[in-house]
Design a protein around this ligand. Structure first.
Ligand code: HPA
Length: 270
């Protein structure tokens, strides 16, 4: 992780958006970008202008940082994320969490698209992440110890803050919807998994799978922030049904779930 670029990027964000501090930060995954329409947007900055970020290469990730407001809360929305599989190291993945920490955010809300491993999860369902399994084969905290990320060996026994999980359920109820809960496993991607891998992940206790979120959750929790994470189940994971997997299906499922996703996030940030 390159702290010089992280610091330059932080300065760019502060300067361009004219902000000193922020209440919270949202990082939007595949297909989640339009959530931003639920909020009043005060300023925006394309990722290309943030040194650590650059333009995201994945469709469904808009690549814009927004300064948003809802009632008395002001927060940042990262409209699209960078992934480990893009091969650029941890710096672009860590930047949103670094910015959150340095600007005093108390919490980070992560969203993603995920494949349902648990057969009870169907495309269009939303799942609050209760815990995770890191099967990326990497950890973003590897490297020289930087105290911004807490102690050298951070406790990760409660990454996903119970109070925020309850707030997501409450917001969903308010929108007339029920959320699932489950364990998310992160694989590095970019290939989807094989049916044999999915059977192994099921035996390990995973309910849903994706290629993101876990690194940001590890960093945000280590840095002492509260973490909430919400998955949109966009497909049955490989081998759960015979349906072939593709990014088109992932984006179509998030499009369909968009009204409810918007209602929940709008209500949760009040
Ligand atoms: N596997 C991994 N990542 C994903 C999936 C999946 O089935 N669906 C959406 N993101």
């Amino acid at each position: 992780m390159d702290t010089t670029i992280l610091d330059q990027s932080l300065q760019t964000v502060q300067h361009q958006l004219a902000i000193e501090a922020i209440d919270q930060v949202m990082i939007l995954g595949s297909g989640w970008s339009d959530i931003a329409e639920a909020f009043e947007i005060r300023a925006e900055l394309p990722y290309e202008e943030i040194p650590a970020m650059g333009a995201p290469e994945v469709r469904g990730h808009k690549g814009r940082l927004l300064l948003a407001a809802n009632n008395a809360q002001s927060f940042l929305i990262f409209q699209g994320r960078r992934h480990w599989y893009e091969g650029l190291g941890w710096t672009p993945v860590a930047l949103p969490v670094y910015v959150a920490k340095c600007l005093g955010a108390k919490s980070v809300l992560l969203t993603n698209a995920a494949g349902g491993i648990n057969p009870q999860l169907a495309p269009g369902d939303l799942m609050v992440i209760t815990d995770h399994i890191n099967c990326m084969g990497h950890n973003p905290l590897v490297g020289a110890h930087n105290t911004i990320w807490g102690p050298r060996f951070p406790d990760q026994s409660t990454i996903y803050t119970p109070k925020l999980r309850a707030a997501l359920h409450h917001a969903a109820k308010h929108a007339g919807h029920n959320l699932h809960e489950g364990v998310y496993v992160a694989a590095s991607g970019p290939s989807y998994e094989t049916p044999a891998e999915i059977r192994m992940f099921r035996m390990m206790g995973a309910d849903a799978i994706g290629m993101s979120t876990v690194p940001e959750a590890i960093l945000a929790s280590a840095a002492g922030m509260q973490v909430a994470a919400l998955s949109c189940i966009t497909n049955h994971a490989a081998g759960v049904t015979n349906a072939p997997l593709g990014h088109e299906e992932v984006l179509a499922a998030t499009r369909e779930a968009m009204p409810i996703m918007k209602a929940i996030l709008h209500h949760v940030v009040t």
